[in-house]
Design a protein around this ligand. Sequence first.
Ligand SMILES: Nc1ncnc2c1ncn2[C@@H]1O[C@H](COP(=O)(O)OP(=O)(O)OP(=O)(O)O)[C@@H](O)[C@H]1O
Ligand SMILES: [Mg+2]
Length: 265
Amino acid sequence: MPLLCIASPKGGVGKTMLTANLADALRRQGRRVLALDLDPQNALRLHFGLPPADGAGFAVELLHGGPWRPHIRQTPAGVALLPHATVTTEEALALAAALEQMPERLTAPLREMLADRDMIVVVDLPPGASRALDLLAPLSDLTIVVLLADGHGAALMPDIDSGRFLGLGALPGARQGRLRLVLNQVDYTSRLSRAVAEAMARHLGPRLLGAVAREDAVAEALAAQRLILDSAPSSRAALDLRELGGAVAGMLPQPAEAAQAWWSR
Ligand SMILES: Nc1ncnc2c1ncn2[C@@H]1O[C@H](COP(=O)(O)OP(=O)(O)OP(=O)(O)O)[C@@H](O)[C@H]1O
Ligand SMILES: [Mg+2]
């Protein structure tokens, strides 16, 4: 049932990297996980080893209203994957229009997936504000906003304080309680990067869920189409991702929570 959304005000900050590797970290904790790619860039599949020429995905069903289940791939990592599909510009525009006119084409299949109480759905979103995020944020148990530990990330602090970013300012206050930030690309060898990360961490306080180190191992994992916990398990980034996985799991409803509540009655 838990829905975890990964978003960011700025592009290229590591959303897709985090979606794939958090899905893997949660899977390694014994959870069942489905990773859903809502970004027409269709890049999430690359982290799971799908051949670049394999452009099939579920997005066509946003136009046709068919079932998503046949599009699910079982990946070697054990994470179920719904790739977006490789689309042309015209198709991407048609998909955006479909989301606008028929939002239930996204929300109905998603609600069906969320009815499976024990499965965590992790969603990779396009950069910036999007209709997909608007539709999903009210359903999500946790929305992670990724920021870079740099001057641009630091400059976003006032917007984050006011809640006026990613269109999330329009959401009810309670939703903000389900929003956490993650700093990515913290370069521990750079005094500037460390100082910016520390200042952002002080400012964000408990809103900061964790950080991921900037390391060649992260980019190399993507180049090799592997997951970081698999390709570089003793790297700093792998340690960070394991910690983040633990923090995320702690914020999501636990499996069989309802059964426990029922037994204890
Ligand atoms: N911690 C890191 N250390 C080194 N490289 C990183 C790190 N995180 C991400 N990268 C690299 O940065 C690039 C952008 O990452 P990614 O594609 O995950 O960002 P994104 O936010 O999903 O981008 P977009 O907004 O285009 O969807 C990739 O080449 C990725 O390998
Ligand atoms: Mg991405």
